[in-house]
Design a protein around this ligand. Structure first.
Ligand code: AMP
Length: 278
């Protein structure tokens, strides 16, 4: 496994592989990330992971400086999976002096995470565009865990005619349903227990949909009231939205809907989602 910190070095190593599956990450890897790397390796024959905590996608009051990092452990996990290449640049390699461009994806970035985290998707789309240019994926792998991110990336790839395929993989969960996330490490034991409310709320709304409920506001009500049952959880938003446009729905159509939520448990912000119908 080659671990490379420079754009020039990565380009040179990249040339050895006719097909390459690429998994962009911010490191502190867990089974969710590893599932993407496995699928990349299996489908493309060679897999690359990128590890870069991208400062431009964090807001001024967000957790950039405290975001968990453990490069040695990440590299050991990736080596065990047979990962071929790792791109782990520093901030100056990605944003050298004079750097002055951004990729703004319209239409799907002003709602949900984009509404609460201004500038977040400008940072995400820009860094992913750069990572695509550097790594030249045959296919790039993303997790359903970050549902809006997958919509934004797909739109960028389509609108800018980027020559690669975006693959979205299922959310990997802990045994009690909590979606794996590097940020789960922030949770104190009691908070970790309280965090199970996110998936329980999604499952409750999913059950109501399965029982025939198609009124979006009724499903939002199930999400809100289930979350309200956990005193340690402060709801930021709940949403029942169109899977592609991410606009809030009045009625869940036959092609289904994206149910998503953002919740604060103590100082930790968690998101999760589920697709119903379709
Ligand atoms: P991150 O390191 O949080 O930026 O995540 C890197 C990639 O892993 C993104 O495509 C995420 O959506 C994906 N990912 C994160 N958590 C999970 C999970 N629990 N299951 C599947 N994919 C995930």
């Amino acid at each position: 496994m080659d671990v490379i910190a420079t754009v020039a070095g990565f380009r040179e190593a990249r040339a050895r592989y006719p097909r390459l599956g690429v998994v962009p990450t911010m490191g502190f890897l867990h089974e969710g990330h590893l599932s993407l790397v496995r699928q990349a390796k299996q489908e493309c024959g060679a897999a690359a992971a990128t590890i870069f905590v991208n400062p431009t996608q964090f807001g001024p009051r967000e957790d950039f400086s405290t975001y968990p990092r453990d490069m040695e452990r990440d590299l050991a996990l990736l080596r065990d999976l047979g990962t071929d290449l790792v791109f782990a640049p520093d901030v100056a390699e990605m944003y050298p002096p004079g750097y002055a461009i951004g990729v703004e994806v319209g239409g799907v970035t002003d709602v949900l995470e984009g509404a609460v985290r201004p500038g977040h998707f400008l940072g995400v789309a820009t860094v992913v565009c750069k990572l695509f240019n550097i790594t030249q994926p045959t296919r790039a792998y993303f997790g359903q865990k970050d549902a809006q991110q997958t919509v934004v990336i797909r739109k960028m790839v389509r609108d800018l005619d980027m020559p690669l395929e975006v693959v979205v993989c299922p959310t990997v969960r802990e045994a009690d349903g909590l979606a794996m996330s590097s940020r789960n490490t922030y949770l104190a034991p009691a908070e970790r227990q309280a965090a199970t409310i996110l998936y329980r709320a999604l499952r409750a709304a999913q059950a109501r949909h399965a029982a025939g409920e198609r009124t979006a506001e009724a499903l939002r009500h199930v999400l809100r009231t289930t979350l309200a049952g956990e005193p340690a959880a402060a709801t930021e938003y709940v949403s029942v939205a169109d899977r592609e446009t991410l606009r809030e729905l009045e009625t869940v159509p036959p092609q289904g809907a994206l149910l998503s939520l953002a919740v604060r448990i103590g100082r930790t912000r968690l998101i999760d989602n589920i697709i119903v119908g379709g």
